[in-house]
Design a protein around this ligand. Structure first.
Ligand code: M6R
Length: 616
């Protein structure tokens, strides 16, 4: 939520910052702004709307300076106005600030600062923080130069309750930025004679692959020739420079119209990357490098507790199904946002796992911290290397699917399903699953990318269906067993990018309430794979048909529906139970995508949403 970019170097800062903001726009897109330190002044341009609007606004300014900061906003305090957009400049004109997060005690600070003569142009908590830095800067000894700037930020942050990723400019310190973080991500890119600060790597990857991931409670003081990291209580920190393993091409659209489309079609390769090196030599089980648990410890686990938010929570529900089905170990799934306040009783042999693409979702992080505080081993399934979650978890599994930029999660979701299937296999093989069943399971997982390729061939057919269904206002998604979570995911995908009201339900539950919604105006999407339960699903379809509800059926090859029952049929390949949720994801992703395109929606940046939700 909110994107941050900062630049110190020899190039004109504004154009580099605008390019970074464009790449960060998926983090927040209600307004954007840039501030460049030049000619002894803090020159600011900001505008509501997309970075495109800011670029036009910035063209009216003569930005020449080589030090600057920029921001894309996802509003928390104060409406979407030019005045509320960041950067904010203190009322004495000394300090400029961009901020990602929420300052909880800003009310008290504002009263204090108003008493000291500081004035405010916006309704934001950020402007209060900015003026508080200016207040401390004015009080610090003027002889101290750059350290006066650093110390004023440090002092301010010791009074702050809340979360922040900030980057600060001081009018008296050209070539310098002070940045800090607490619960909001911040990365420093170390380039050739330049430094780039950003809330995620996509904003700096075009300039450098060398990065330092700042930790909570750390500040970085960037100067033209060096950077220094220290903590809030003034301890020096030795930086660790990591290398980003993906490249700029991974964060670009190429020939696709939207990142969501690109990411849907990347799934076969993404799945291969999630599996790479993770099967035992005898081909009968999975293996993971970073769990930090011995086989003996794992054998003692008699319960799993999964927590996550949104799409990742749906992946947890699939994990529940697979682990219980194949390893016969009870699994509980909770919303991360509920777990942190519910004070759930945990049993000593429970393994706590969180799933998060970004690794920055604040509720998921809070759930992890709560489990750790209670003394449990807490593992993470996570895509973004170096994320806060990855660093705080006791161990975990990286998804390795490269950057996911579309706000609607697609390739990260199917990769989470793949990792869940591998965990189920791993613990099942430690218990009752036989060698030959293990080999069969492994071969099924290895075959998943090709099955997904095959399912993707349905794209033109699904696009034609989407054209016929794009005008509806309500839709139901119905599935059973491991495909009930897919019904939830299908409904979430559709509503978040096309704004069609959609609900996911277990197919048989439909008759206990949602059936009241059924009419010719409310289509239902049914997952109807071949198998034991197929006749039951067909019965549910009949009940919908009897009430004139249009039906889109997603069946597996060979399944035979009574003639005329479904209005539309999408066929996916027959597959192993562990792979079925992965392959079944494809038609609902494509259907949602094409419906949203048909309705003219901004697929990659749906209204009110942001890619990673770093506020509570
Ligand atoms: O980065 P995370 O996986 O923790 O994100 C969790 C949710 O915010 C995310 O899955 C959200 O629901 C997506 N917009 C779904 O497409």
């Amino acid at each position: 939520m909110c994107g941050i970019v900062g630049y110190v170097g020899k190039q004109k800062a504004a154009s580099i910052i605008l390019e970074g903001l464009k790449r960060l726009e998926y983090r927040g897109y209600d307004s954007a702004g840039v501030c460049v330190l030049q000619d002894g002044q803090l020159e600011v341009a900001k505008k509501i709307g997309r970075v495109e609007n800011l670029t036009k606004e910035a063209a009216k300014h003569r930005f020449t300076g080589t030090t600057g900061i920029g921001h894309t906003r996802w509003a928390t305090h104060g409406g979407v106005t030019d005045a509320n957009a960041h950067p904010h400049v203190s009322s004495d004109g000394k300090i400029a600030l961009i901020h990602n997060g929420v300052i909880e005690n800003y009310g008290q600070m504002k009263t204090f600062l108003t008493g000291k003569g500081y004035t405010f142009k916006s309704e934001t908590d950020t402007e209060v923080l900015c003026n508080l830095i200016a207040y401390h800067y004015a009080k610090e000894s003027p002889g101290a130069g750059g350290s006066r700037f650093l110390e004023s930020v440090r002092k301010t942050l010791t009074h702050v309750e809340g979360t922040y990723g900030i980057a600060v400019l001081c009018v008296d310190c050209p070539g310098e930025i002070v940045a800090a973080r607490k619960a909001s991500p911040l990365i420093l890119g170390v380039g050739e004679g330049e430094y780039i600060l950003a809330s995620d790597a996509s904003a700096l990857i075009s300039r450098t692959q060398n990065v330092v991931y700042l930790k909570d409670g750390e500040l970085v003081h960037v100067t033209p020739t060096a950077f220094f990291i220290s903590t809030l209580d003034q301890a020096d920190v030795s930086p660790v420079v990591d290398k980003i393993t993906w490249s700029i091409q991974d964060a670009e659209l190429g020939t696709y119209s939207h990142f969501m489309e690109k990411e849907i079609f990347e799934q076969p390769v993404a799945l291969e990357n999630s599996m790479r090196g993770r099967f035992s030599e005898d081909g009968s089980t999975a293996q993971f490098g970073g769990l930090n648990l011995t086989a003996a410890e794992l054998r003692q686990i008699d319960r799993f507790l999964f927590c996550a938010c949104g799409t990742a929570w749906h992946a947890c529900l699939v994990a529940e199904h697979l682990i219980e089905r194949f390893a016969r170990i009870p699994v509980e799934v909770d919303y991360a946002s509920e777990f942190r306040y519910r004070n759930t009783p945990l049993h000593s042999n429970t393994l706590f796992l969180v799933i998060s693409q970004s690794g920055e979702t604040i509720d998921t992080l809070a759930a992890l911290r709560e489990a750790k505080r209670k003394g449990y081993k807490a593992l993470a399934i996570n895509n973004v290397v170096g994320s806060t979650l990855a660093r705080e978890a006791d161990g975990g599994i990286y998804q390795h699917v490269g950057p996911e930029i579309g706000v609607a999660s697609t390739k990260a979701f199917t990769s989470q399903l793949m990792v869940a299937a591998m965990i189920a296999l791993y613990v099942a093989r430690m218990r009752d699953m036989s060698f030959s069943d293990g080999v069969q399971y492994v071969n099924a997982l290895k075959g998943a990318p090709d099955l997904v390729r095959k399912a993707l061939l349905q794209a033109p057919h699904i696009r034609a269906i989407a054209k016929r269904y794009a005008g509806y206002s309500d839709m139901l998604f119905l599935g059973r067993l491991s495909l009930f979570p897919l019904a939830l995911e299908g409904a979430l995908k559709l509503k978040e990018i096309s704004y069609i009201h959609a609900e996911g339900y277990p197919a048989a539950e439909m008759k206990h309430g949602p059936i009241a919604l059924i009419s010719e105006k409310c289509p239902s999407v049914f997952f109807a794979p071949n198998g034991e339960i197929f006749p039951k699903i067909v019965s549910s379809m009949q009940e919908i048909k009897a009430r004139k509800g249009p039906i889109i059926a997603i069946i597996t090859e060979g399944a035979e529906l009574p003639p005329g029952l479904a209005d539309e049929v999408i066929t996916i390949p027959e597959c192993h139970e562990a792979v079925l949720p992965i392959v079944s994801s494809i038609p609902v992703q494509l259907l949602s995508y094409y419906i949203a395109v048909e309705r003219g929606c901004d697929v990659d940046k749906p209204r009110n949403l942001a890619k990673s939700v770093t506020v509570e």
